[in-house]
Design a protein around this ligand. Structure first.
Ligand code: UDP
Length: 213
C-alpha cells in the first residue's frame, strides 16, 4: 500500500498536497497498527517496505466506511444542528456506502443487509471491532493529550473469510483535537483552510513517536 503526498476533501473536489505527507502518514499508520496489534487487534499490516509504503495482507475490501464517533462533529453536527465537540453518551458506529459516485451515502443496518454489502453476523462483528479499536485509540490519544473526536475505518476479508482491519489510520480519516488548546490536528485544517496542515500531522506523529516504540 503506497501513501501519496496528495490530499483530497469533499469527494476529491478539493485537492492539495504537502511534501513528505506520504512518509508522515506511513509512520503514523504504522505506529497505530503496531499499537493495535500489541493490544490484540490485528490488521492487514505486515511490515513496511520503505518510508512511504507498507506490505499488507491481500484483502477484499468490504465497501463500507465504518465511522466511529465519540463527540459530535462534521456531518453529524450539521445533520442534527448541534455544536461540534458535544460528547455522545456512548460511542456511535455508522456505516456509509463506499462509492464516490454516490458521495458515500449513509446506510442503515437494514440497507446494508438489503443490498448485501455485509450479512448480519458481519455487521455485528464490524461494530464490535470498531468499538474495540475506539477503546484502544481513545486511551492512546488521551495519553498524548489529544481528544479522538471521530474516525473512519475500513475492513476487508482475507481468503479464509476472516474480517480484518484494513486501509490506514491517519489524520486524513480522524478528527484529533489538542486537549489543551482545542486546536484541530487533522484533515479539517485542509478542508476548512485553517493552515498549518503539515505541522499538525507532524505534531501527531511526534507525540505518537514519544509513546509507541
Ligand atoms: N471520513 C473519512 N472519509 C470519508 C468521510 C469521513 O475518512 O469519506 C472521516 C472524517 O475524517 C471524520 C469521520 O470520518 O473523522 C466522520 O466524518 P463526517 O461524517 O463527519 O464527514 P465530513 O464532515 O468529513 O464530511
Amino acid at each position: 500500500m503506497d501513501f501519496k503526498d496528495s490530499l483530497t476533501a469533499f469527494n476529491a473536489q478539493k485537492k492539495g498536497s504537502f511534501p513528505e505527507k506520504g512518509k508522515v502518514n506511513t509512520q503514523i499508520s504504522t505506529l497505530i497498527f503496531k499499537h493495535l496489534k500489541s493490544s490484540g487487534i490485528g490488521s492487514h499490516w505486515i511490515e513496511n517496505l520503505d518510508d512511504h509504503s507498507m506490505v499488507v495482507q491481500k484483502v477484499k475490501i468490504i465497501p463500507l466506511e465504518v465511522v466511529v464517533r465519540n463527540r459530535i462533529a462534521g456531518s453529524l453536527a450539521k445533520k442534527m444542528g448541534k455544536e461540534e465537540g458535544l460528547l455522545l453518551k456512548k460511542p456511535l458506529v455508522e456505516f456509509y456506502y463506499k462509492d464516490d459516485s454516490l458521495n458515500d451515502p449513509f446506510l442503515s443496518d437494514d440497507q446494508v443487509l438489503a443490498f448485501e454489502l455485509a450479512d448480519a453476523a458481519t455487521i455485528t462483528e464490524l461494530k464490535a471491532l470498531a468499538l474495540k479499536v475506539d477503546q484502544v485509540l481513545l486511551q492512546l490519544f488521551n495519553s498524548i493529550k489529544i481528544d479522538l473526536i471521530d474516525f473512519k475505518l475500513e475492513f476487508g476479508t482475507v481468503k479464509s473469510g476472516q474480517v480484518v482491519l484494513a486501509d490506514e489510520i491517519t489524520p486524513d480519516g480522524c478528527r484529533l483535537w489538542d486537549q489543551q488548546t482545542g486546536e484541530k490536528l487533522d484533515k479539517d485544517r485542509f478542508r476548512r483552510d485553517l493552515g498549518m496542515v503539515k505541522e499538525s500531522y507532524l505534531e501527531i506523529l511526534n507525540r505518537l513517536k514519544g509513546i509507541i516504540k
